[in-house]
Design a binder for this molecule. Structure first.
Ligand code: GAL
Length: 417
């Protein structure tokens, strides 16, 4: 559908701008980085580009996970009004590339040696048909717990190693009158948490088969049913006001000590960083219980559109700045993510960042690095959206039992494929 919508405009745009005007010294960027931590990270990029004489034209579309941003992008592209770049996740990049509207950064990539420094798991989504169409910014990982240290001390909690340990820990918080689990009741947050629950319940092979290979038997299995049971259990620890809450407000509940823990991707750490909180002292980062050794990842990419010639220099400047080693360190320290290159030292990263970098390396080498289905790296957007929808209906009681949830999931994914 995207393809049909876009092909006409791709041609229209390339004819419309054939004159060779002077280069436009402006980067127009569509993104959903509007929380405190995200905005701070983006400022690092704005600063680097300003040093090179590029003005920043911000196109922010609020909404964690980027669904609203992707709707806005679709409208812009359909109107032939391409941004210099857009924040995008995995399969969305490939969709736009297949629709023929992406630019070609291969020359820059060659000059900068990206094929040697960017991990293969990211190149799968930033290179299409042999051409670099996006610049990977970072690697985020979703299977984390973010815990308030003072609350943890108060309830005498220790790191939960299994799902049952986690439930026992949540019970302790509840008994102490603290909200055990901070969750934002939006479909992408619920599904992001469910990614971790499935990995914990079924193990690495199961996660891969179900959520990357979309293997029917795994999706239908008792293990998937058990995963929904575990999700239902977690939801009993959420406060009654969770519906619609933004993810960063859920993080703020943990930062303030109103809640014990949030299950969220490491962009949550960007919020702790912005609030000047230190790991080990103010907060704790643990892998979601039962998932140590595996990493469920996503990566923010700057998808580069086939912009008119006078805007291509800005694109090259943006891409070069994005993948420079110094930016990869400075930006990711603030964002909570880890570098999209394998040759960036971890010196400037805090303890959670160092763990994130080490975990990614180990998972990559050990074959336990998996794309997040909730975050656009498990399957194409139609499937991911179907998944988010079913998980959310289950969390909010529109789907009542785990049996029903499994049936609905299989059907929704089948229809979306
Ligand atoms: C993710 C994105 C992160 C973070 C998060 C919340 O999809 O990869 O960079 O911004 O959404 O907005």
């Amino acid at each position: 559908m995207l393809r049909k919508l876009l092909i006409g405009t791709a041609l229209a745009t390339s004819f419309a701008f054939s004159a060779h005007a002077a280069d436009v010294k402006e980067v127009q960027m569509l993104h959903w980085w509007t929380s405190g931590g995200e905005a701070a990270a983006l400022n690092v990029l704005k600063g680097d580009l300003a040093k090179e004489g590029y003005a920043w034209k911000d196109v922010p579309v609020a909404g964690g996970g980027g669904d609203a941003a992707m709707t806005a992008l679709k409208a812009m592209v359909a109107a032939g009004n391409y941004p210099t770049a857009s924040q995008m996740l995995g399969y969305t990049v490939l969709d736009y590339a297949a629709a023929g509207v992406m630019g070609d950064l291969t020359e820059t990539a060659k000059k900068e040696g990206w094929d040697k420094s960017v991990p293969a798991a990211l190149q799968k989504f930033s290179v299409y048909d042999g051409k670099w169409v996006a610049a990977p910014v970072n690697v985020h990982s979703v299977n984390w717990l973010w815990i308030n240290k003072a609350v943890m001390d108060k309830i005498g909690g220790t790191e939960p190693k299994t799902f049952d340990d986690f439930v026992a820990l949540l019970d302790k918080a509840k008994a102490a009158g603290v909200i055990p689990l901070a969750l934002g009741g939006q479909n992408w947050q619920e599904a992001t948490m469910f990614d971790s629950v499935v990995l914990s319940t079924g193990g690495p092979e199961f996660y891969k088969k179900a959520f990357n290979d979309l293997d029917d038997a795994s999706l239908k299995s008792d293990t998937m049913k058990k995963s929904f049971d575990n999700l239902a259990k977690l939801v009993t620890y959420v406060d009654p006001n969770f519906s619609g809450r933004d993810w960063n407000l859920a993080t703020a509940m943990v930062i303030k000590g109103d809640a014990l823990v949030q299950v969220m991707g490491d962009w949550a750490k960007g919020e702790f960083h912005a609030a000047k909180k230190t790991p080990g002292t103010d907060f704790l980062c643990y892998r979601f219980p039962g998932t140590d050794g595996s990493v469920i990842y996503n990566s923010d990419m700057f998808g580069m559109f086939n912009v008119p010639d006078d805007r291509k220099a800005a694109q090259v400047a943006l891409a070069t700045a994005t993948l420079s080693k110094s930016f990869q360190s400075a930006f990711n320290v603030v964002k909570g993510s880890v570098p999209a290159r394998t040759d960036v030292p971890d010196t400037d990263f805090d303890a959670c960042g160092k763990k994130g970098i080490a975990d990614l390396k180990k998972a990559n080498e050990g074959g336990t690095l998996f794309g997040s289905l909730a975050q656009g790296y498990g399957a194409p957007p139609a499937v991911a959206n179907a998944y988010k929808d079913v998980v959310s209906k289950f969390v909010h009681g529109q789907i009542k039992t785990s049996d029903e949830a499994v049936t609905e999931l299989v059907k929704a994914i089948d229809d979306a494929k």
